[in-house]
Design a protein around this ligand. Structure first.
Ligand code: GDP
Length: 445
């Protein structure tokens, strides 16, 4: 489903996560990639422009409470969510659901899929067909219902010549004991007045709690025209977008619908009765972006990091002893680091995790802290001034051996070197990019 869009977005997230520095250059690149992907998926250009501006603005100017890479991923995620729009929940309750939509959208199949959905949730659904114009469609629906063991009612159950409202009312009465009554209405090839009047009357006389519009994903942005027209006519309570599996334009329908007053309840993803997915924007987007569970990752990071944990010197490319210490501490604070790492699709980054990387040893941290407390501010930000006599002084002041002070200096040098080699050759060390801490942790063992 939307494979092309999903692949492009995944690649974009990967690019962000692997960049060693977040700057205007990378944000512009990311925005360009997202623009291209969304336009190919038929998302309206004006919407893409708005989204691009917001990503640019927020990525670079918004106050960060996460590390810069996570910040940008969060911004991209949140902005894509606004394009996707809200999901609509169809309650698991006794109700009448009227299905509307044009011919060929997949309305008939969707009625059966929806019945199957309620059936799987333990409710008793029944289907009533109000299409008196296309006997073949009615027969198709009857067969689908037979196959899943759902009772079916249509004009054939009544004497000839009955009107649509009479048929539906009789069906509702017949299925009094059933929880969910799904009413399939007759479609047309276009938005004709006659159809609008018919569904308007049905709404008034049958009073269905849900009025669901079925839209075909392959019409892309045009989906919004139909959504608006049906919504104006009968007040739509939710939308099902069908054929998401068969088109690259699905992004167009999803985003167009979010511009109307209604939201998406389900998406159709194939031809069988089980190919209906409840639409949940969060999960949908996480899957599209390939994040195991980016939302909880972000929440977890937000909970564990405070603003003062973010060092701006580091963002500018300088790496002081303070940075080293803060990184260690932040990493430790992130708590179940292993869990956090598991949420990231690290495999795709070419990163292999070693169990030893998960642990920042408590003792090592304490020792470093004590050593650093005995240093002057200048020594912490310019460690290269640390000569033999300074090392001796620090060791004396902190009650720690000179060897341990030297060890700290050595780790810092190693890290600094690594940072430098990463920034000088993009792509040269893909396994380490975005993950300098892991490598460092290994060195600390
Ligand atoms: P109606 O004219 O709106 O009642 O449409 P139908 O239910 O008869 O569906 C038209 C065609 O679209 C049929 O061949 C269905 O199998 C197909 N179809 C419906 N929904 C989906 C879907 O989600 N995915 C795919 N691939 N095909 C679908």
């Amino acid at each position: 489903m939307l494979d092309k869009l999903s692949n492009s977005l995944k690649e974009t997230v990967r690019k962000i996560a692997m960049s060693n520095r977040i700057d205007k250059h990378i944000v512009d690149e990311v925005v360009r990639d997202i623009q291209r992907a969304l336009i190919q998926a038929d998302v309206k250009i004006a919407l893409v422009k708005e989204l691009s501006n917001r990503i640019r603005e927020r990525s670079l100017k918004e106050k960060m409470v996460l590390n810069p890479r996570e910040h940008v991923i969060k911004v991209v995620y949140e902005e894509l969510m606004t394009v996707l729009g809200k999901a609509v929940e169809v309650p698991l309750a006794s109700q009448k659901i009227m299905m509307v939509g044009l011919h060929g959208t997949g309305k008939t199949s969707t009625c059966a899929k929806l019945a199957r959905y309620f059936q799987k949730k333990g409710l008793k659904p029944a289907v009533i067909c109000a299409d008196v114009y296309r006997p073949a469609a009615s027969e198709q629906l009857r067969q689908l219902c037979d196959r899943i063991g759902v009772p079916f009612f249509d004009s054939a159950n009544l004497p000839q010549g009955k009107g649509v409202v009479e048929i539906v009312k009789a069906g509702v009465e017949e299925f009094e004991k059933y929880d969910v009554k799904i009413i399939d209405t007759a479609g047309r090839h276009a938005l004709e007045q006659e159809m609008i009047e018919e569904i308007h009357e049905l709404r008034a006389k049958v009073k269905p709690e849900q009025r669901i519009l079925v839209l075909d994903a392959s019409i892309g942005q045009q989906a919004s025209v139909q959504a608006r027209a049906f919504d104006d006519a009968i007040g739509i309570t939710g939308i099902i977008i069908t054929k998401m599996d068969g088109t690259a334009k699905g992004g167009g329908a999803l985003s167009a619908v979010s511009e109307t007053d209604t939201g998406i309840a389900f998406v159709g993803t194939g031809e069988t009765v089980d190919d209906l997915e409840k639409f949940e924007s969060d999960r949908f987007l996480s899957r599209m972006l390939g994040m195991g569970d980016i939302k909880s990752l972000i929440e977890m990071a937000e909970e564990s990091l405070r603003e003062e944990d973010i060092d701006t010197d580091f963002l500018k490319g300088k790496f002081t002893l303070n940075d080293l210490y803060q990184q260690l501490e932040t990493l430790k604070k992130m708590g179940p680091f292993k869990k956090l790492m598991e949420m990231l699709p690290l495999g795709g980054f070419g990163i292999k995790l070693d169990a030893s990387m998960y642990q920042v040893t408590e003792d090592k941290l304490k020792t470093f802290k004590v050593i650093m407390d005995s240093m002057t501010k200048a020594e912490r930000s310019e460690p290269k001034i640390l000569d033999g006599s300074r090392v001796k002084r620090i060791a004396r002041g902190s009650g720690i051996t000179t060897a341990e002070v030297s060890e700290l200096i050595k780790y810092h040098k190693m890290m600094q070197k690594m940072m430098k080699s990463m920034s000088s050759g993009r792509g040269k060390m893909p396994g380490m990019k975005g993950m300098p801490l892991g490598k460092m942790m290994k060195g600390l063992k």
